[in-house]
Write a protein of this length. Structure first.
Length: 116
């Protein structure tokens, strides 16, 4: 995604509009293929799982798939830098740090222990 955006900026600066629009055309083709494959998957799964009852959601499925994958891509790009820096610095890389429990949850656990 970064390479795509950088190449688009470069092509706009050098005013190579043929390649600029060709790249957008190809990106549109890939997105269209993704949406069509997703719709085929949804339709097949709907008929297989519940006899087609969930096909009422087919209107929203392309938007869901498109937005989901866009958010997923941006999340990956946004979090890759800090993650790689953390791994290279070996600061807590690969270890799970359990969140602290609030005292309100500990109070709820007390009556259960008394009953036993």
């Amino acid at each position: 995604m970064s390479l795509f955006l950088l190449s688009q900026i470069y092509l706009a600066v050098v005013q190579n509009w043929e390649r600029f629009f060709h790249n957008w055309y190809m990106a549109g083709m890939f997105v269209s293929i993704q949406v069509v494959v997703g719709l085929v998957q949804l339709t097949t799964a709907s008929y297989y799982n519940d006899g087609g009852k969930t096909l009422k959601y087919i209107v929203f499925a392309p938007w869901y798939m498109l937005i989901y994958w866009m958010i997923n891509t941006w999340t990956l790009v946004y979090e890759s830098g800090p993650t790689v820096r953390k791994i290279w610095a070996l600061r807590g890389a690969g270890t799970w740090k359990s969140p602290e429990r609030s005292t309100s949850l500990q109070d709820l656990d007390q009556p259960r222990k008394r009953r036993q």
